[in-house]
Design a protein around this ligand. Structure first.
Ligand code: TLP
Length: 348
């Protein structure tokens, strides 16, 4: 199978398995796991923040951040297409009493700044929940995996900070963003007060995300992690793979971006498929199949028969994600399979 559903399907590399086997461990809830401590220092350094905490998932990283930033009953402004809003089971509302307040996302992943400005201009009238946080996402998953411009992040941060609000960045794929923006993760994180990023996506580690911020913030986030049941013990076995991921898997993401570009170009030539244009493409290709849900279901089945899996995003929309383990030859195979499948669905 050529599995393009997500970069989360990546498997740990032999070097990661080796590092897991050899990891020096201790009880991390006591702060005594040397491998976790090392990974957390590396993570903080990479994004230019004071401290970091290892969490099991990106979802827990974002949730712990929201809980640490927002008192109950305060508003978190975030994109209507944000992963945290759409795909994290409403955790911030359910567990934190946080009023998730969606703002329009533009196609390029940016927030509608006018909406944000209007929301922030509301008087502190007793009718309104008080604002607590502004959250951004980069790269932006539901907006086609596009990298969001630094200028936009800076504009959001300026507005938020003018109202004394912190900014959290869901940087699950921050290294993909850095490549697409020709910058560094540090530069991207500069405008945020906290950032979470994942080891278990394009970087191919089996588990784990890092939440980073000031020492004081991470202290509070650690308490939230514990509350959420994410205080892990000999977590060095996870961290060991994470260290290998940070040391060896970031630079190769360029290959995934080149493959995604080739895939977008190839699929764009197939009659019946419409590839969503993306300004700063990273490792994702979103495309629509003509003819609505029935045609799309037939197309997906025909692709599966040819050994290709994509993620169904909507009734007729798919996402294909390139990652470690997908080669340029695989991309050629996928494009050939798509042409055959479309031919089968729409008739040659
Ligand atoms: N995204 C997954 C699915 O949940 C959709 C994927 O396949 O892309 N932030 C962003 C931007 C994400 O894309 C994801 C995972 C997360 C956070 C959550 O990370 P995990 O899966 O580690 O909880």
């Amino acid at each position: 199978m050529i599995d393009l559903r997500s970069d989360t399907v990546t498997l740990p590399t032999p070097a990661m398995r080796e590092a897991i086997a050899r990891a020096e461990v201790g009880d991390d809830v006591y702060g005594e796991d040397p491998t976790v401590n090392r990974l957390e220092s590396m993570a903080a350094e990479i994004v230019g923040m004071e401290a970091a905490v290892l969490v099991p998932s990106g979802t827990m990283g974002n949730l712990a951040a929201m809980l640490a930033h927002c008192p109950r009953g305060t508003k978190a402004f975030l994109g209507a297409q944000a992963h945290t809003y759409v795909y994290e089971a409403g955790g911030a509302a359910a567990l934190g009493g946080i009023v998730m307040t969606p703002l329009r996302n533009l196609d390029n992943g940016e927030l509608d700044l006018d909406e944000l400005r209007d929301e922030l201009a509301k008087p502190p009238d007793a009718h309104f929940a008080l604002p607590g946080l502004v959250a951004l996402e980069n790269t932006h998953n539901l907006c086609g995996g596009t990298a969001v411009e630094l200028s936009h992040m800076a504009a959001v941060a300026e507005l938020a900070h003018a109202h004394r609000l912190p900014v959290h960045l869901d940087g699950a794929r921050i290294f993909n963003a850095a490549i697409a923006l020709e910058t560094t993760a540090k530069k991207i994180a500069e405008t945020a007060d906290s950032v979470s990023f994942c080891l278990s996506k394009g970087l191919a580690a089996p588990v784990g995300s890092l939440l980073c911020g000031s020492r004081e913030f991470i202290g509070r986030a650690r308490r939230m992690r514990k509350m959420l049941g994410g205080g892990m013990r000999q977590a060095g076995v996870i961290a060991a793979a994470g260290i290998v991921a940070l040391e060896t898997m970031i630079d190769r993401l360029v290959e995934d971006h080149l493959n995604a570009r080739a895939l977008a170009e190839g699929l764009g030539l197939v009659a019946g498929l419409n590839v969503r244009p993306v300004k700063r493409r990273t490792n994702m290709v979103v495309f629509e199949v003509d003819g609505g849900a029935p045609a799309a279901a037939k197309f997906a089945a025909a692709m599966k028969d040819r050994g290709v899996l994509a993620h169904a995003r909507g009734p007729s929309s798919f996402r294909a994600v390139t990652h470690h383990g997908i080669s340029r030859r695989d991309i050629d195979r996928v494009v050939a399979a798509a042409a055959e499948s479309a031919g089968e669905v729409f008739g040659d």
